[in-house]
Design a protein around this ligand. Structure first.
Ligand code: ADP
Length: 612
């Protein structure tokens, strides 16, 4: 073990075996071989880790036991039994390197981040002077060199440049072979291997042995690791096993990192999708407290910028007790089928109007649904809608103005004639009679003006009240009668029960006037107009039926479209029914039309009845 023969050693000082450090002192300096200690205390001493020097100066790691030789009660010498622990040391450093690899992989977020230190540590596993990482590029059809580590004492840049400019398809050169076979490869001397395409440069630099392992998880190869050293070496199965294991660990890490990246990308996408949605999104648990709010929700409902998370939904949306009851009712009635659509409602928060709808959110951690709420700011839409309703009303008023002129002109003429008669009349009784007629005509004029003014008033200004639908139908007939198309139409009423709806009067009037004037226009002054009200459970039904020509099947699907009209421009704008539809659905109502060509048309409105 020491290189000396026994004869050569006898008589030599033991310090001969001591390793000299760079400054010339011996190690361990304090008590070589534990000699002094053993002589002094007569006990056995064990040293786990020391270095001895061979003949010729080479050093090797040892562990030894120093045992005292006792004579009577004296220690007269020691026996030093030592063991070469080179193999154990190598083993330990390999294990250490393996641990470091695991450590680096556990700390790194991405493969790119881990590569430099990984290659260095992998390089230090055993006798290597260079490590290369080959990666199967974006197309997965060839290997390219992604990273490298070279021991600082070795000037192998030329070989590195060759590697960096090389690409290997499966089966070509050592990396290609390890890739194709999915197995590790040990080359005792690369210069004698004909498969080595980089041999000319390697031979110039003195590159000799190599080990190549695939980076894999299961059957999938992500790349290849390659190690080189400057002396030929026989295959070392133990080392191959450790290097192959390192390749496997890196493979698993790549898999994990990719899955993590995909997860982060999905999370990021979901977040930015939710943030950029044109609607505000809130998520609530069953306790109706907010658990998530997207950017827009935060913008809408947190004016001071503090987080909405944890706040009660009712406070955030300014929901009344009855709104909350409604939410609870809908929510508990929610069927297992999560595609069920919950109804839309409106709420007003700090002078802005929002339409909102609940939707169930199934989460994997919970058996119960979470409650999602999507909200749209409809303040502007509402204003435009009010404007549209108003302008349509003005245009329908326009057509009634000729009727109104007639209505005012006749009594005005009569008033004039009466006044002239009074001027020439001496009989006080007659004068009184004429005056009474004048009062009657004047009152009529005033009523006409009041009706028109009332109808023309903006729908946006009056509040919601309880409305008697039968009364509004009659008022609407009165309005339309003053228009130019009413003619001799006979009005039949079938008011079966009192029918009250909660709405803005102006809007309901507009619905009824539009439907009745369409009906009378369709009948061209001849026919009968049947108006009906009835209650059907929780619904109020209102019907407006005419005996006109009916609506042909070909146009029926389009009659509620804005600007769809079959009338000349002085008679119709095409907005009437679209506005009717808007107003009816606004009050959670339903409008249907029943019409057969030649047999008239019936429009049926259903509104939720007032709850008792
Ligand atoms: P407009 O009356 O200005 O044309 P509307 O939206 O009120 O606009 O009506 C759209 C179209 O629907 C009408 O042009 C007409 O063709 C048809 N329509 C509506 N009501 C009736 C009805 N009672 N009978 C026959 N056709 C009708």
């Amino acid at each position: 073990m020491l290189g000396w023969s026994a004869a050569e050693l006898i008589g030599k000082p033991m310090a001969l075996l001591l390793y000299k450090t760079e400054d010339g002192s011996t190690a361990p300096a304090s008590d070589p071989f534990c000699l002094s200690s053993a002589l002094r205390d007569g006990a056995i001493h064990r040293i786990q880790n020391d270095t001895f020097v061979k003949k010729g100066g080479a050093v090797f790691p040892v562990q030894y036991v120093t045992s005292p030789i006792r004579e009577a009660d004296r220690t007269v010498g020691v026996v030093v039994i030592f063991q070469d622990i080179t193999a154990r040391k190598q083993q330990e450093s390999l294990q250490q390197a393996q641990l470091s690899v695991s450590h680096i992989l556990a700390q790194a977020g991405t493969v790119e981040e881990a590569i430099p230190s990984l290659l260095r540590i992998a390089g230090e596993m055993g006798p290597w002077s260079m490590t290369l990482l080959w990666h199967s590029g974006p197309m997965g059809d060839r290997l390219t060199c992604l990273g490298s580590w070279v021991r600082p004492s070795h000037e192998w840049d030329e070989f590195l440049t060759v590697c960096r400019n090389s690409e290997f398809p499966p089966g070509m050169d050592f990396p290609g072979i390890a890739w194709a076979t999915k197995l590790p490869l040990w080359i005792p001397d690369v210069l004698t291997d004909t498969r080595f395409t980089r041999a000319p440069t390697a031979s110039r630099l003195g590159i000799r042995a190599a080990c190549i392992v695939p980076i894999r998880t299961g059957n999938v190869i992500h790349g290849v690791l390659e190690w080189y050293t400057d002396t030929p070496r026989a295959a070392d199965n133990h080392l191959i096993h450790i290097l192959a294991d390192t390749g496997m660990k890196i493979g698993q890490f790549i898999d994990r990192a990719r899955a993590g990246q995909a997860l982060r990308a999905t999370h990021h996408m979901t977040q930015s999708l939710l943030a950029s949605l044109p609607g505000a999104i809130l998520l609530c648990g069953w306790d109706l407290h907010i658990q998530y709010a997207n950017t827009l929700a935060q913008q809408y409902f947190s004016l001071s910028g503090e987080s909405l998370i944890g706040r009660p939904l009712s406070e955030c949306l300014a929901l009344s007790q009855s709104d909350l009851q409604h939410v609870a009712m809908e929510w508990t009635a929610l069927p297992a089928d999560s595609t069920h659509r919950l109804s839309e409602r409106e709420c007003e928060v700090t002078n802005r109007l929002y339409r909102y709808r609940f939707f169930p959110v199934a989460t994997p951690e919970s058996s119960q649904y979470q409650m999602g709420i999507v909200l749209w700011d409809i303040t502007e839409d509402k204003r435009l809608q009010d404007q549209l309703i108003q302008s349509e009303k003005l245009s329908s008023l326009g057509t009634m103005v000729s009727g109104m002129a007639h209505e005012i002109n006749n009594p005005a003429q009569a008033i004039l004639s009466m006044a002239e008669l009074i001027q020439e009349e001496d009989d006080p009784g007659m004068v009184k009679e004429f005056a009474a007629d004048i009062v009657g005509y004047a009152r009529h004029v005033s009523n006409v003006v009041r009706d028109f003014a009332g109808y023309a008033r903006s729908a946006g200004r009056d509040g919601e009240t309880e409305i008697d639908m039968a009364e509004r139908l009659m008022e609407a007939v009165k309005m339309v009668r003053r228009g130019p198309h009413f003619g001799q139409v006979e009005v039949v009423t079938r008011f079966e029960s009192s029918a009250f709806v909660r709405a803005r009067k102006g809007e309901i009037d507009q619905v009824l006037v539009n439907l009745i004037s369409n009906a009378t226009q369709a009948m061209e002054g001849v026919g009968s107009l049947t108006l009906g009200t009835a209650q059907d459970g929780a619904w109020i039904d209102v019907t407006i039926a005419d005996t006109g020509p009916g609506i042909p099947d070909s146009i029926r699907p389009r009659i509620f479209d804005p600007f769809f009209t079959t009338k000349p421009s002085e008679k119709g704008t095409g907005l009437g029914l679209s506005i009717v539809h808007k107003i009816v659905t606004k009050y959670a109502g339903i409008i249907t039309v029943d019409s057969t060509a030649g047999h008239g048309t019936t429009f049926r409105l259903r509104f939720p009845a007032l709850s008792q």
